[in-house]
Design a protein around this ligand. Structure first.
Ligand code: PAF
Length: 284
């Protein structure tokens, strides 16, 4: 496994693989890898070679967000990547990615204006821009994203479609702790008391999912039950609880077809997200 930090080194390796006719699977990450990331890396193993990028992208953080405190541990990440048969880690500096000045952005309408886009107005512009850049650098045949960030996944799929990017985007299922909490690098911010309180997210998601599975089609009723569950936890503060069309991120009144029930909740200062989809195949 190679670890490189320059775009030129990635390009040289990718050129060599492509000349041999090999396929490339790509997993973009911000590092501090957990089992969720590892499930994406394992899925990417269906390609001849696997590339993982580890880059805490400043452009997708708002001014008062956790860019400085975001957990980083390259040595630990490299050991995990090696164990999961990654061929190349791309670990650039912000200067390598954005140079001294940077003027070009990938922006998206509609899908980015809802859910996380409301409380994180610059987030998805930063995500789309860095992912487009990474796709241009790595030239993957397939890229893998987690369904936990369901809005991000829908946005990346839309960007690839709208901009005719020559790759396939695959969504992989949420990986959870044994007690239900969705795996996230941000779980490390939680105190023991907050860690317990954070279980309210998965409880709310499992409740909504059970209602939908039992045939409840009224989105408002499901939303109300999920909201009440979250409000029962004193340490939780709701950012949003929404039920939206999986492709457009617009709110729906009735559960039918591919629907996403998504929540964002602050536990203390830590903002966590979770969701369920009525048809997980639609989110793949
Ligand atoms: O999901 C993430 O970790 C990031 O948003 C991504 C896709 C690596 C872009 O920085």
């Amino acid at each position: 496994m190679k670890i490189v930090s320059t775009i030129e080194e990635v390009r040289a390796q990718v050129r060599a693989w492509k000349t041999e006719g090999n396929t490339i699977g790509f997993v973009p990450t911000m590092g501090y890898l957990h089992e969720g990331h590892l499930s994406l890396i394992d899925a990417a193993g269906e390609n001849d070679h696997v590339v993982v990028s580890i880059f805490v992208n400043p452009m997708q953080f708002g001014p008062n967000e956790d860019l400085a405190s975001y957990p980083r541990d390259l040595e630990r990440d490299a050991a995990l990547c090696k164990k999961h048969n990654v061929d190349l880690i791309f670990h650039p500096t912000p200067e390598e990615m954005y140079g001294e000045s940077f003027y070009s952005y990938v922006d998206m309408d509609v899908l980015t204006k809802e859910l996380c886009g409301l409380s994180r107005p610059v987030h998805f512009r930063g995500v789309c821009t860095v992912v487009a850049k990474l796709f241009n650098i790595v030239l993957p045949d397939k890229a893998y994203f987690g369904q936990k960030d369901a809005q991000q996944l829908a946005i990346i799929k839309r960007m690839v479609k709208d901009l005719n990017m020559p790759l396939t985007v695959t969504g992989c299922p949420i990986v959870r702790e044994k007690d239900g909490l969705a795996k996230s690098s941000r779980n490390t911010y939680l105190s023991p008391e907050e860690r317990k309180a954070a279980l309210v997210l998965s409880r709310s998601v499992f409740l909504g999912k059970a209602m939908a599975e039992q045939g409840e089609t009224n989105a408002e009723k499901i939303k109300e039950a999920m909201t009440a569950e979250i409000k029962s936890e004193p340490l939780a503060r709701i950012d949003y609880v929404k039920i939206v069309d999986l492709k457009t991120m617009q709110q729906v009144k009735t559960i039918q077809g591919g629907v996403l029930a998504a929540i964002a909740v602050y536990i203390g200062k830590t903002r966590l997200i979770d969701n369920f989809m009525t048809d997980e195949n639609e989110g793949k």
